[in-house]
Design a protein around this ligand. Structure first.
Ligand code: ADP
Length: 348
């Protein structure tokens, strides 16, 4: 659908080049919701301008729907651009136009449909985004969430294959964010539109994305299924974004590990495993006790998860861990506990 191959982008600043994106490879697949997450300065806005074909990369190639856009300028760029609908953080609505007129505007500019056809299409779009009662209102009469629904309807007007959402929920409160994300998920599911979500918020990714790429200092440092990246972050930039989403609570700290009474494991229960009382059962069966050092629960899209960092003492730790793994729990050993630390000290 969208393929970025070895993309770099630099800008001349004060006589030297600033590298905003550094050898990016991304393959966004038709029908998925793909998240691109990064902190401020990571290169997100630059990537948006490349994906929507406003700018050309310094090196590398971008393909939209199999067509290369390398060196393409002017009129031939219009077709691939029409494939991509943009949703903006600050909505970018025309204040002097009503909801219906804002949505009709790109269709009037395109000049392909008749007035009656435009009216019918606008009616459909307004119903699609749930603004039936507001068609004749002006932007200043709408809430932030309603304005973004207008923005989404306008982006859909010219029947794009892809919706590119640039921090589309960053100006909204948490509840409104949820409802706009729900609408985007519906559009993806029911219209089969591929969605690319650019965000600095892990919660947005967790809520709706299938896959995610983590951008840091112009590089993709980690990518994959959201459950893998969110529950098992490997890069420090990802860990930082996960911690931010969990208000600093995610994960265990070095002090917890050093003071643990026994070996420390991080246990991840995903989906069905999150509902079953398997930890207590395994502990009883293998005669172990556990103390909880850290934990988080939540959901990834509709799948529940729980992640507990526990220190295990007594009995057969090996047996209990094997039993948990057989039940679908992912167990990662974080430390050997005091035994391991004592052994390492004894070995110098
Ligand atoms: P983000 O959107 O993730 O905050 P940006 O894409 O805006 O990141 O910026 C990435 C890097 O590229 C930053 O160091 C920024 O200063 C630089 N940059 C982005 N756009 C320009 C530009 N037009 N001219 C010069 N430097 C730029």
């Amino acid at each position: 659908m969208i393929n970025l191959k070895n993309i770099s982008k630099s800008y001349p600043v004060g006589g030297r080049d600033v590298l905003a994106l550094d050898r990016i490879d991304l393959d966004i697949v038709k029908g998925e919701i793909f998240g691109i997450i990064g902190s401020s300065g990571a290169g997100k806005s630059t990537l948006v301008r490349l994906i929507n074909l406003l700018e050309q990369p310094t090196a590398g190639e971008i393909r939209v729907d199999g067509r290369s856009t390398r060196g393409v300028t002017g009129a031939p760029l219009r077709a691939p651009r029409r494939d991509i609908g943009m949703v903006f953080q600050h909505f970018n609505l025309l204040n002097a136009k009503t909801v219906a007129q804002n949505i009709a505007f790109p269709l009037q500019l395109a000049g392909v449909l008749s007035r009656a056809e435009i009216e019918a299409r606008v009616g459909e779009l307004i119903a699609r985004v749930g603004l039936g009662a507001h068609a004749q209102k002006y932007p200043r009469q709408l809430s932030g969430g309603q304005k973004q629904r207008v923005g989404i309807a306008r982006a859909l007007a010219s029947k794009p294959q892809i919706l590119l959402c640039d921090e589309a929920t960053s100006a909204l409160d948490p509840e409104t964010t949820q409802s706009v994300l729900k609408l985007l998920a519906e559009i993806n599911r029911e219209l089969g539109i591929t969605i690319v979500l650019i965000t600095h918020e892990m919660d947005v990714v967790r809520e709706v994305c299938d896959r995610v790429a983590v951008l840091d200092q112009g590089r993709v440092v980690e990518w994959g299924k959201v459950a893998d990246v969110f529950l098992h972050p490997r890069h420090k930039a990802t860990l930082r974004l996960v911690r931010e989403a969990e208000h600093g609570e995610a994960g265990e700290n070095a002090r917890d590990l050093a003071h643990a009474p026994g070996p420390v494991y991080r246990l991840t229960f995903l989906g069905e495993a999150a509902h079953r009382p398997i930890l207590g059962a395994a502990a009883r069966e293998f005669g172990i006790d556990y103390s909880i050092l850290a934990g988080r629960i939540g959901h990834i899209r509709l799948t529940p998860f729980a992640q507990l960092t526990v220190s295990l003492v007594g009995g057969s730790v090996f047996g209990a861990i094997s039993r948990l793994e057989a039940a679908g729990v992912v167990a990662e050993k974080l430390s050997d506990g005091p035994v391991g630390i004592a052994a390492r000290a004894a070995n110098g």
